[in-house]
Write a new protein. Structure first.
Length: 448
């Protein structure tokens, strides 16, 4: 997350011997010591976000990325450049190398495929700072409203925690650099492969990098959002990401916010931009701009289709003209309406006007050995778009295939959208090539 001490942390790693490469972004009035970000990588990240119509500050609760966005032709074109760059960095030598850019967490599904293609096992460092201090810094630099900054803080840090859970990682806290820098530096060097630097050498780097003038303590009680305040309480002092059960309520809250924003946009006829800054189209190549115009033209020919909403039938009935496969699907439904691992004989009961029908699970195209191309949640034979492509490291390990990393899906529908009584729920898993679908057994849901 921007303004969270990422430059201080990367500066220290650089001084300890981590290879960041040449051509780093120099300092300015907002960051006197420098950003320690590779200029080429920053530029290509800006191009990727522009192709997706996003900026570094786009809120996913307002404007989530399209499903499987990293598999589109225009993104795959830039993936080749990223892969060549990462592979060249890997081959430069045996000492640890790395890069820093807060935009990386937004683009992590793409980076996961780059790492896999290069045979790289990444180590993640999450820099956390008091959200009130981050909001105050963003207000000065970018004139952001405090609540906007707090939600941005929560989204970025929550996404990072969910992604890091089963991978090598650590969490470093900005405030700890000024309370017990040596202890935090030892944690950081141990995780990043720089643990041989210790003693007087480590203390020297700390004293040169962690300068007293960098400390800006936040005023007490300056977190306005209750959700952000609770999430920061969970992260405060943690050196590793909290477990999935602890993170699930916060992830669910963001999913719910995303869906309500989508409905509000439909009712008002206005699609919020979700960010203060516009995409960096001025950094795009001619080919980038042609791809952007082509995508815009395609959307204009499909009125009513909105990538943000899950309340309209999925892609106007994605599976309506497809043949249903007789092969049993390979999937799992983890949660439906608050019940874990539901069975056909279970009675799933939700209260109208009070509860949400929330579905979480994973699915793959077991006939082709690839990710599915989409997942639909079907209620009373009406298909809805699920958010597909969420990282599931547990499934990747269980099925022993890196190809299945981003096989998770989620869906939320307020129960008040359904009449009281019995409803039938199922899931359709669309094949990787879009030619057919596999269907789960029906589950009954009772709205009372």
């Amino acid at each position: 997350m921007d303004r969270s001490g990422t430059s201080l942390c990367t500066n220290l790693l650089h001084d300890l011997g981590m290879r960041l490469g040449p051509d780093l972004i120099p300092g300015d009035d907002s960051n006197h010591q420098g950003y320690f970000e590779n200029q080429w990588l920053w530029h290509i990240h800006e191009r990727l976000l522009a192709l997706l119509g996003r900026s570094w500050d786009t809120l996913s609760a307002v404007r989530p990325f399209p499903p499987l966005w990293w598999r589109t032709p225009e993104i795959l074109r830039l993936k080749q450049e990223l892969t060549a760059w990462a592979d060249a960095r890997r081959r430069e030598g045996p000492t640890p190398w790395g890069f820093k850019d807060p935009r990386t967490i937004m683009l992590l599904p793409l980076w996961d495929e780059v790492f896999r293609d290069c045979g790289i096992q990444p180590v993640f460092v999450l820099c956390v700072r008091h959200p009130g201090a981050v909001a105050a810094s963003l207000e000065v630099r970018d004139k952001f409203p405090q609540l906007f900054s707090e939600l941005l803080w929560m989204e970025r840090n929550l996404t990072a925690c969910l992604a890091m859970q089963s991978r090598p990682h650590c969490i470093v806290h900005y405030e700890h650099w000024f309370a017990n820098a040596l202890k935090q530096a030892k944690l950081l060097t141990g995780v990043t492969g720089l643990g041989t630097v210790r003693g007087a050498r480590l203390q020297e780097v700390i004293e040169r990098t962690v300068r007293p003038g960098l400390r800006h303590d936040p005023p007490e009680g300056q977190i306005r959002s209750a959700g952000t305040r609770e999430f920061y309480a969970l992260l405060r002092g943690a050196t590793t990401a909290p477990g999935r059960p602890d993170l699930r309520p916060f992830a669910g809250a963001l999913e719910m916010a995303r869906d309500y924003v989508a409905v509000a946009g439909q009712l008002n006829g206005v699609n919020p931009a979700g960010s203060v800054f516009s995409p960096s189209y001025d950094r795009c190549t001619v080919q980038d701009l042609e791809d952007i115009l082509r995508s815009a033209s395609s959307r204009a020919q499909k009125p009513g289709v909105d990538e943000r909403t899950v309340f309209a039938p999925a892609r106007s009935g994605l599976t309506a003209q497809m043949a249903a496969s007789e092969t049993p699907p390979q999937f799992n439904i983890d949660v439906v309406a608050g019940m874990t691992a539901p069975r056909q004989e279970d009675r799933l009961i939700v209260a109208a006007h009070q509860s949400n029908i929330r579905v979480e699970g994973w699915a793959v195209d077991n006939q082709s050995g690839k990710l599915a191309s989409a997942v639909e949640v079907v209620i009373d034979e009406v298909p809805f778009c699920a958010s597909y492509g969420l990282p599931r490291h547990d499934v990747e390990e269980r099925l022993n295939s890196q190809d299945y990393l981003n096989c998770g899906f989620s869906f939320i529908l307020p129960a008040r959208f359904l009449a009281c009584g019995k409803h039938v729920f199922s899931v359709r898993i669309v094949a990787a090539d879009g030619s057919r679908y596999q269907k789960s057994p029906d589950l009954p849901i009772f709205v009372v």
